[in-house]
Design a protein around this ligand. Sequence first.
Ligand SMILES: Cc1ncc(COP(=O)(O)O)c(C=O)c1O
Length: 401
Amino acid sequence: MSIKLSARVQAVKPSPTLAITARAKALRAAGKDVIGLGAGEPDFDTPDHIKQAGIAAINDGFTKYTAVDGTPELKRAIIAKFQRDNGFEYKPEEILVSCGGKQSFYNMAQAILDPGDEVIIPAPYWVSYPDMVLLAGGAPVIVPAGIESGFKMNAAQLAAAITPQTRWLIFNSPSNPTGAGYSTSDLKALTDVLVENPHVWIMTDDMYEHIAYPPFAFRTPAEVEPRLMDRTLTVNGVSKAYAMTGWRIGYAGGPVPLIKAMTTIQGQSTSNACSISQWAAVEALDGPQDYIATSRAAFLRRRDLVVRLLNACSGIECPTPDGAFYVYPSIAGLIGKTTPSGAAIDTDADFARELLAAEGVAVVFGAAFGLSPNFRISYAAADEDLAEACARIGSFCESLT
Ligand SMILES: Cc1ncc(COP(=O)(O)O)c(C=O)c1O
């Protein structure tokens, strides 16, 4: 049966990270020994006190619609979090609670972009940014920031990308997929360019704020340059910080007219985020914070393990990330080689496909994130699985000729 699809949906592609996770699951279901390092979520369970808050919300009857933009209790907890961690003073009408940070960004794109509006996105980028811009009719302007610059865009690149049609800069530090973190001086260089260009707004995706490894210290752009506050949308959430990916709670802080417009989009699509999850998120933000330090220590140990093992593989160069739970090694040294079965490794997509087929290790190829030839590993996995996966990657690299 053929069905006519909208031009809108034909302009976007399905999320490649979700597709790879699904393929690894299918191979596992068919009996193959697969180590999946594609999914971008903590492997830890949601902390018990947060789960109990969700259970209590059900038992207490908080199972009805809430205000579209979030419960007063969760908004209060979010305002306190912004105050505590970032020194921001938001008011309730400057906050929108959504079904994940993903929806926060989607609401923003739908609320703001018209055809021809340009959005600057440094690459490698989180896979959803360009597609959400396209879905809203905007034009992504991709700025490559490769391994030689630590996967960070510099001020000259930003200045060169800005045109009169530029509406937004999309910013993410620590980054998915590279783990690169912008220092205070990196940020200052970029915010100086934005101060000079008052027509450009900034959406900062601070999802990995709490997964930052010393000496890197997380800062958000408007903290470094408060003059940007009235054109900054700060997106954050509980998914990565508290192992709550399935609960679907993200939030955004920004100027009232923007938050109002985003709330209108959300009100005509999903309405409020899950009432039960909102109560669990209150506990996550207000309750004991020890999970953050415990999980960060585990991620740091795994980062060091994976960086060491991957750098020992022939043809792979793996920089050490500042945060998040991803590495983004280069496979420039393997391009042009051939597998024992005769398959050519001409691209990072070839590498990921053949690695999965030969060794049962699922990784995401770099082209999905807009910068090649690389691949992404999520090291939010058991230490033994990471060691075994790196050993298999090493054997795969050795097998190429
Ligand atoms: C950079 C970044 N932003 C946003 C999200 C979305 O998170 P959520 O919708 O679960 O809040 C993710 C999840 O992978 C991410 O990596």
